[in-house]
Design a protein. Structure first.
Length: 230
């Protein structure tokens, strides 16, 4: 398709010796913490090359509080908490029936899950996050629980303001809205149908670290090539 591919290690002798000047770099790999991504960007810039997604654009989608206000119309109500010691009090003040708990990046998708009905259950969620991941990244996000129809979640990708579907079908309105509102050149948009039939944005994330969920490799490379290899 016209892409050149090289590997990069964030932990073992990181470097960018393979880069040519003025090249544009698209990262595909595991999620990187803020500091690791900034280091990667610096290495690229030192080679007089550029990242397709800058550090600021990466964090615009990677951390939920950075995109929530722009998409609050289409996504569950969310409160971000930086100070974990106040988290239980915040839940009590919200008085929602159910709460979906995650940090700024990820939720607990195994073991005890991420949904609670009582503020006193929160410490168990936090302990499980720490056990599984070793840290709470950024802080906590308390999301009002919404019931979604099973197996209706679809991942879309937006590239330079244009959304794409995995099957070439038209993208729904919330996807177009997100594609135009979020300041990132490449990100994913996950949409699910609520039990009342309304389409909701479940999550967005940086496209570089988003899995191909529902997408063939050929389809993803096809839409990327349309935008990057003009």
């Amino acid at each position: 398709m016209g892409f050149s591919i090289s590997t990069h290690s964030a932990t073992e002798n990181p470097g960018t010796a393979y880069l040519e000047e003025k090249e544009t770099v698209l990262y595909r790999g595991w999620m990187l913490k803020k500091e690791d991504y900034q280091t990667f960007e610096l290495l690229v810039l030192q080679k007089n090359a550029r990242l397709f997604t800058s550090s600021s654009s990466y964090l615009a989608t990677h951390h939920l509080p950075n995109w929530y206000d722009r998409l609050s119309l289409y996504t569950p109500e969310t409160v971000a908490i930086a100070d974990l010691e106040t988290a239980e009090n915040v839940l009590e003040s919200l008085a929602w029936n159910k709460y979906f708990i995650k940090d700024f990046v990820k939720s607990v998708k195994t073991s005890i899950g991420s949904v609670i009905t009582d503020s006193h259950e929160l410490p168990k969620i936090i302990d499980e996050m720490m056990r599984l991941r070793g840290e709470i990244e950024g802080g906590l996000c308390i999301r009002r629980f919404e019931e979604f129809v099973p197996h209706t979640e679809v991942r879309y990708f937006a590239i330079e303001g244009e959304p794409f579907s995995p099957n070439r079908k038209p993208c729904p309105e919330p996807v177009w809205f997100a594609a135009k509102r979020i300041q990132s050149p490449f990100f994913s948009i996950d949409i699910a149908q609520r039990t009342d039939g309304v389409l909701r944005i479940v999550e967005i994330g940086d496209g570089q670290v988003s899995d191909r969920t529902g997408w063939s490799c050929d389809r993803l490379v096809e839409v990327l090539s349309q935008k990057l290899l003009k």
